[in-house]
Design a protein around this ligand. Structure first.
Ligand code: ZN
Length: 484
């Protein structure tokens, strides 16, 4: 850690207690307990205690190693007499193993279950740039800090606490509440959620609804009213290799046409390529729903996005200037991995790049690959997709969506509820493909400065957010039940 930088960040995060101590002791600031929280314990503090332990169990994927964390969550659930199971998942290369945590609070069976889905794995964390070591689960000044605090151990813990609260009710709900925390989401979920829907589908008990990450409550920095973003669909990945071949040899004579030069020409064309603008109905609806909250100059355009993008050049320029917005109205392609020779003085026989393309809902990777081949205009170059799926949308005319709207009106007056589309992807698509209505929605109130912790440094969540998240999620489940 850069010391000066770290000190400044400590001050910024107001974590005086934790920052004064070396990392190992900082973690010990928080008390550790083994089992389920006392029903009388403040839910935010209980969630923080469990989250702190969860962060200390490293689950960086690859290799994931999620089994010990799955077991820890199961222990908490079992200690509260909730039906819970450890579900082994494919574990090649992982010593402690990989697994999902599953639990169920049975309802009366009058309605089909709702699944609360999270994931156990995280992306890596480079401790440089962090004010506090990322895997200590340090707690101080009202927050839990560490890799996974938001994405997605914090989600798992809030859903676990809500599951416990439902289990402690005197009367059962009409539907089962199924808690499911899976491995492997961060690398595409094929060995986690993908495996479970393929091989262990019976664990879902023909669920009707699912709530997972990918949406939440956006809080404006400037005191604007909160927006509850309920994600109904996502862009889909279309990842591909671009492979150029040529004659290998000694580089001292610098031949003009090699695998590397061909690849560079192809990538230069891909870089200049601008995919056309297309406004899908879900995106049109999302901007129309937020129009009244937008700056005055954008309001008219947001109300009728496709027309405004077509006919108002000034608006189009403003709209596309923000990459996060531009990504919602076109397919995108980013050049990420590059490889050529291993040696400075060797011309390689092959050079490769990887492209991360993200497609609008309803588009197919094979069509986009053909488009890229046309852009490259070199028949010696191969373009081969290696990860792709198509996405579908969940409807908004559902009991669950209306329950979220009613809870928002009651617990967060002045907030608006908006059906969202996100440029990233989660495991939700595996469940939408089964016909389950899946929403990306985790009740937590985050300004943009805090969402940057997702996959970034100093990821943290406030204890207040954890407590309010549990309370709101329970309210949504009970509201749904009351209207069922
Ligand atoms: Zn995640």
């Amino acid at each position: 850690m850069n010391h000066r930088n770290g000190s400044r960040l400590c001050a910024a995060l107001l974590m005086a207690a934790a920052c004064l101590l070396p990392p190992a002791q900082a973690a010990a600031v928080w008390p550790f307990g083994g089992g389920a929280p006392d029903p009388d314990e403040d839910p935010g503090r209980a969630a923080a205690r469990i989250l702190s332990r969860a962060i200390r169990i490293r689950t960086v994927n690859p290799p994931g190693d999620e089994k010990p964390l799955a077991r820890m969550l199961m222990d908490v659930l079992e200690d509260a007499d909730v039906e819970a199971r450890l579900i082994d998942t494919p574990s090649a290369g992982s010593k402690p193993g990989r697994a999902a945590a599953w639990a169920r609070v049975k309802g009366t069976g009058q309605r089909r279950p709702i699944v609360l889905l999270s994931h156990l794995d995280t992306v890596p964390a480079d401790p440089r740039g962090w004010a506090i070591a990322p895997f200590e689960g340090a707690t101080g000044a009202g927050s839990v800090v560490g890799r996974g605090a938001l994405d997605a151990k914090g989600v798992a813990v809030v859903q676990l606490m809500a599951t416990l609260a439902i289990a402690r009710r005197d009367t059962p709900l009409k539907r089962d509440v199924i808690f499911l925390a899976t491995p492997d989401e961060e690398t595409g979920g094929r060995l986690g959620a993908g495996y479970l829907v393929r091989e262990r589908r019976s664990l879902l008990y023909d669920a009707e609804y699912l709530l997972t990450e990918g949406g939440g409550v956006q809080v404006g920095e400037g005191g604007t009213s909160p927006v509850w973003g309920v994600t109904v669909t996502e862009k889909a990945p279309c990842w591909m290799d671009v492979i150029a071949e040529g004659t290998p040899g000694h580089s001292s004579i610098a031949p003009p046409d090699t695998a590397v030069t061909r690849l560079l020409d192809a990538l230069a064309r891909i870089r200049r390529f601008e995919p056309p603008i297309r406004v899908v109905p879900e995106v049109e609806r999302m901007f129309a729903a937020t129009a009244q909250l937008a700056p005055a100059e954008n309001r008219e355009g947001f109300r009728d996005l496709s027309t405004a993008l077509e006919s108002d050049g000034e608006f189009r320029r403003r709209f596309l200037a923000k990459p996060g917005r531009a990504a919602l109205v076109r397919n995108t392609v980013a050049i990420t991995v590059l490889s050529g020779s291993q040696q400075t003085n060797v011309i390689p026989g092959e050079a490769r790049a990887q492209l991360d393309a993200r497609l609008l809902p309803g588009e197919h990777c094979e069509d986009f690959v053909k488009l890229i081949e046309d852009v490259v205009r070199d028949s010696t170059i191969r373009v081969e997709p290696f990860l792709a799926f198509t996405t579908s949308s969940s409807p908004v005319n559902t009991g669950l969506y209306r329950a979220i709207e009613r809870v928002a009106a009651r617990l967060d007056p002045g907030a608006s509820v908006v059906p969202r589309v996100i440029a990233g992807f989660t495991d939700a698509h595996y469940f939408r493909d089964l016909g389950i209505t899946a929403y990306g929605f985790v009740p937590r109130w985050l300004p943009p400065s805090e969402t940057r912790g997702i996959h970034g440094p100093n990821e943290r969540i406030s204890i207040e957010n954890l407590g309010r998240g549990v309370e709101t999620l329970v309210a949504i489940l009970e509201e749904l039940d009351a209207s069922d």
